[in-house]
Design a protein around this ligand. Structure first.
Ligand SMILES: [Zn+2]
Length: 52
């Protein structure tokens, strides 16, 4: 089985939609690596994308 970690920036995705806090504003303005996906994996065998 082959799987790939495609997101490991912590278990919270940033920026959160509609959130006005400083962290999310910065992520929205600067993009990566400030903005990031939550933990996610791609299972190649079944082409399944799992995102927490
Ligand atoms: Zn926020």
């Amino acid at each position: 089985m082959k799987f790939e970690v495609i997101g490991s920036g912590g278990c919270v995705a940033l920026p959160k939609p509609l959130c006005k806090c400083r962290v999310c504003e910065e992520a929205r303005k600067k993009g990566r690596p400030y903005s990031r996906m939550g933990c996610s994996f791609f299972l190649h065998d079944i082409k399944y994308h799992y995102r927490t």
